[in-house]
Design a protein around this ligand. Structure first.
Ligand code: GLU
Length: 306
């Protein structure tokens, strides 16, 4: 298939949307990002790589980090993880408190903020304060074979200083005994994980590990069975896009995960991983150009899982 030609065609097709939406500004450090950037990287399981635009520019991965923390906690806890966090789509905003209150402190899934605050707590209990940050970063570095991937403490600090909703979520979780550690330590780890910076090339490489369905997963000391990887993909399919997960499934037809830094990662098991980045977001917090580019990609290549 002529992937490069298709990608270049898609790039032209999305141009009418190029000025729609704006970058996340509730995290002050993200408001400074130039919104008019676009990158894409498609990595085929067979090894070929196709790129567009700023595929090598790093950005804040934000909620894409929730897939990595889920992988780590599932590896540590196995089935017991589901006692503390569910696997149902939330149908509400990523930082919503409402559902958490009436469901007595058990987050719907690991990809909304409440769920990822719980997985942060699990990592903290297991590794301790300093080690948790180190082990998480080592895992991400191992996934993409690049040792200079780092946290951005300025972004983490910026989010911590304005993260009132996330703090409220953490307090509510603690009230319901679903947080074991000190709330500030849990939030610090959560914000640090969100602050990791990667580019489209690195993210596509990292997510190929989740697309590989014929061998057990073993990266940076984190081991998962094939069945566990399949389940992570299932949660990406049903919960990866906040309250737009249905829309993404409907239009793109791939498991994936977005972040408010404007990145979207999607994968086709056994075939490819694709990452798109563009900071302008829609009102649900998903990249407008990213969503459209992926919709066009699976339509024009006829390569979606459905
Ligand atoms: N750090 C962001 C927050 O907690 C992540 C949100 C996202 O990317 O969806 O609000």
């Amino acid at each position: 298939m002529e992937y490069q030609t298709i990608l270049e065609h898609i790039y032209q097709e999305i141009q009418p949307l190029a000025k729609e939406g704006k970058q996340a500004d509730y995290i002050p450090a993200l408001a400074k990002v130039n919104p008019d950037q676009f990158g894409l990287c498609l990595r085929l399981m067979k090894g070929k790589v196709y790129e567009l635009g700023a595929a090598d520019v790093r950005f804040s991965i934000q909620s894409i980090s929730k897939v990595f923390s889920l992988a780590m906690t599932l590896s540590l806890k196995g089935e017991a993880l589901w006692d503390r966090v569910g696997v149902e789509p939330s149908g509400s905003a990523f930082n919503s408190l409402v559902q958490l209150e009436y469901e007595h402190g058990k987050p719907r899934n690991p990809f909304i903020n409440a769920g990822a605050i719980v997985t942060s707590d699990i990592l903290l209990s297991h590794y301790g304060r300093e080690q948790a940050e180190t082990v998480f970063l080592e895992f991400v570095r191992a996934l993409c074979g690049n040792n200079d991937i780092c946290y951005n403490p300025e972004v983490a600090e910026s989010e911590q200083s304005t993260g009132y909703l996330n703090a409220s979520i953490a307090y509510l979780l603690k009230y319901h005994h679903n947080i074991e550690n000190d709330i500030h330590d849990v939030l610090h780890l959560y914000f640090m994980m969100c602050s990791v910076e990667m580019n489209c090339r690195e993210l596509s490489q990292a997510f190929l590990a989740f697309a590989r369905s014929n061998a057990p997963f073993n990266h940076g000391g984190i081991e998962l069975t094939m069945s566990q990887v399949k389940r992570i993909n299932a949660i990406m399919q049903t919960c990866g896009f906040y309250d737009e997960a249905g829309e993404f499934s409907f239009k793109v037809g791939l498991p994936g995960k977005s972040g408010v830094g404007g990145g979207i990662v999607a994968l086709y098991p056994s075939r490819y991983a694709i990452t798109v980045w563009s900071p302008r977001l829609n009102e649900k917090g998903n990249s407008i150009l990213g969503m459209k580019a992926l919709e066009l990609f699976t339509t024009e290549t006829s390569e979606s899982i459905f």
